[in-house]
Design a protein around this ligand. Structure first.
Ligand SMILES: Nc1ncnc2c1ncn2[C@@H]1O[C@H](COP(=O)(O)OP(=O)(O)OP(=O)(O)O)[C@@H](O)[C@H]1O
Ligand SMILES: [Mg+2]
Length: 348
């Protein structure tokens, strides 16, 4: 408060008037009336002069800066002109406000730049993933038109290949639709109680052929478990389990083992999907849930994944208030863990 223009002017004028009067009092011809006039005169003139200078130099400038800020229509700039002018040190306050504002804007710019890079990468990935099956199917169809149709054996082989590429395209587009729906929250989860052990058994049957091709054993634990009830969207959670078990088979090793563990805890059920495959390098672990991220590009190409599975898994589990954790050891295997709620008492 003592730094306000009024107080500064008051102190300066008091100082000037007391020095002037003090010196004048040593002059013998100067009487009391003259001293009084000198004191009053120097006091008021110094007061108004100082006040005017401070006002002109500081407050007018502050006002002008404020006006320019307002011209920019900066909504985030939330300090009012009144508070600013009333403050002890308006320049300091204004400076602090501006630097706060600048760092806030910088964060926004950084976020926008990140989103832009992400958008560009996503677009590049989508077009690349779409291009591959389209070009393959196109190639087969053109070869057929150009004469391969005449040989029924070749024709059948090429048609099958074209159909396989188009099936891949269909899966990719479906995955993209699901992903965008879960991300925007457009997808409706249908929650209910179901036996996850039964679901795991169904998925094992579904993936049996795939597992047999690699001679992979599929087992659940504990062995003596009869049922394990959880609460969630059965269809979406089945998608989660299919992707995790499918990954464990695809990216595990030949003659490997995939274990699904269901551990009942106090209010939740812990679900673990573990393989004894080659594992994922530590530094890549946080990235595997990104869209289109593939650890071993050559292996993925070989087995035909698009890298959307785990991104979908993450979103579906988020919608169940659950998160997925992964740990992995090179040449030992990978372990994915998540939790699901037990059914509420009234349903169970
Ligand atoms: N159990 C695992 N062991 C080793 N690597 C894995 C395992 N699970 C996932 N990965 C790696 O993580 C990547 C991302 O997995 P994700 O399920 O998202 O994609 P994908 O299986 O390749 O394709 P999609 O699931 O879309 O068919 C895979 O490409 C693979 O490199
Ligand atoms: Mg997958």
């Amino acid at each position: 408060m003592f730094l306000s223009p009024r107080w500064i002017s008051l102190f300066t004028s008091l100082l000037v008037s007391s020095i002037t009067t003090g010196f004048l009092s040593f002059v013998p011809e100067v009487n009391l009336a003259m001293l009084f006039i000198a004191a009053i005169g120097s006091f008021f003139s110094t007061f108004f002069f100082t006040f005017y200078i401070i006002d002109l130099l500081v407050f007018k400038e502050v006002n002008q800066i404020y006006a320019s800020i307002q011209k920019l229509k900066i909504r985030d700039f939330d300090i009012s002109r009144k508070t600013l002018l009333k403050s002890v040190n308006p320049l300091k306050k204004l400076n602090r406000e501006i630097s706060n504002y600048v760092s806030k804007k910088q964060e926004e710019i950084d976020e926008l730049k990140r989103m832009e890079i992400f958008r560009r990468e996503f677009l590049a990935d989508v077009s690349h993933e779409l291009k591959t099956p389209i070009f393959a199917a196109q190639g087969f169809v053109h070869t057929l038109i150009d004469g391969a149709l005449e040989d029924p054996v070749i024709a059948e082989r090429f048609l099958k290949k074209a159909a396989k590429s188009l099936d891949g395209l269909d899966i990719l587009v479906r995955d993209l639709v699901v992903l965008s729906q879960v991300e925007t929250g457009d997808i409706k989860m249908i929650f209910g109680a179901f036996d996850i052990l039964e679901l795991v058994k169904e998925i094992f049957e579904q993936l049996e052929n795939k597992a047999n091709k690699r001679n992979t054993t599929l087992v659940y634990k504990p062995k003596d478990l009869r049922a394990c009830w959880v609460y969630g969207d059965k269809q979406r959670l089945s998608q989660v389990l299919i992707n995790l078990i499918d990954n464990a088979i695809k990216y595990g090793r030949d003659n490997g083992k995939v274990v699904v563990e269901l551990n009942t805890e106090n209010k939740k059920v812990e679900i673990v999907i573990e393989d004894n495959g080659p594992g994922i390098p530590q530094e890549q672990l946080p990235r595997i849930f990104e869209r289109f991220y593939k650890v071993d590009k050559s292996r993925t190409r070989e087995v035909g994944g698009t890298g959307l599975g785990l991104a979908i898994v993450k979103h579906i589990l988020n919608a169940h208030d659950s998160t997925i954790n992964v740990t992995s050891k090179i040449d030992k295997g990978t372990r994915f863990t998540f939790h699901l709620a037990k059914p509420p008492k009234e349903i169970a």
